[in-house]
Write a protein that binds this ligand. Sequence first.
Ligand SMILES: [Zn+2]
Length: 335
Amino acid sequence: MDKLQEIESKKASLIEKLKKVTSAKEISEIKSEYLKKYVKSLYSELKNLSAEEKKSFGKTINDFKNFAEEKISEAESKFKAQKSSAKYDVTIFKDNIKIGAEHPLIKLYKRIEEVFVGMGFSVVQGPEIELDKYNFEMLNMPSHHPARDMQDTFYISAPNVLLRSHTSSVQIRAMEKMQPPIQIISPGTVYRVDDIDPQHTPMFYQIEGLMVAENISFANLKAVLTRFLKEVFGEEVGVKFRPSYYPYTEPSAAIDMSCTKCGGKGCRTCKGTGWITVAGSGMVHPNVLEGVGYDSKKYTGFAFGLGLNRFALTYYDLDEIRKLYENDISLWNQI
Ligand SMILES: [Zn+2]
């Protein structure tokens, strides 16, 4: 009977197809073709047969059905096992992979460093866990000095060990070791007790700078900081120095820059003033110079400090400091 030969070749083709499957979908298509459609077509032929033939052909159909079921089920479990062992198939192509980007704070810091190094400054680092002596006392802030309240400090073990509230501490450490002329910047993380809001975080990055030598005047401070801001934000940016107060400098000046968003016309970012405060600065207080053993009659110097996070808000035109900590790579790639 031709039909028996057809069934045998169908068995052979089933085995061949199952060997080549690459997806669960293919297995289910094979299942449908062999177990549903073909078996159904075989059953439909029973009606044309005699009772005797029906019995024997019925058995042949059942044998085929069992055979197909067994082979398909074997293929299914083999496929599942292969799939789970291929969990880390590095050859699998994925087309929407997000590529990492340099963090905007690091990118901006590198730019700032480049400008200062170009002007002859060298980079000095110091410890984040600091002694009161370096963080306050030698910066003209003895205990009970009211200016200490300007910086709410995290203490590791009060009253002497703390998390530095500014990187000015590094300037003291550097001056203790080096003799003038000295020209350094000290970047790093600093800590202050602060609630998190759009403009504040208890940990932030600061870059402070110091230049001490003979005949250093406020004119040098103005020249260096103006050059720096114009290098980073462009020649068109306006810079002004406004009287301010810091215990470790005298005189002291806050540095304002014309608002980069509105060009000085006044907008929400600059609160309508056309200016944004970007740094603090001043001439190093003689007490600070004397405290590290420098002759304050011979040497003078200036110091400045800027908050990198705040600076980044202006530089990247962001409205919230928190965005810098949210690890949103799509943002990193945009800015
Ligand atoms: Zn503005």
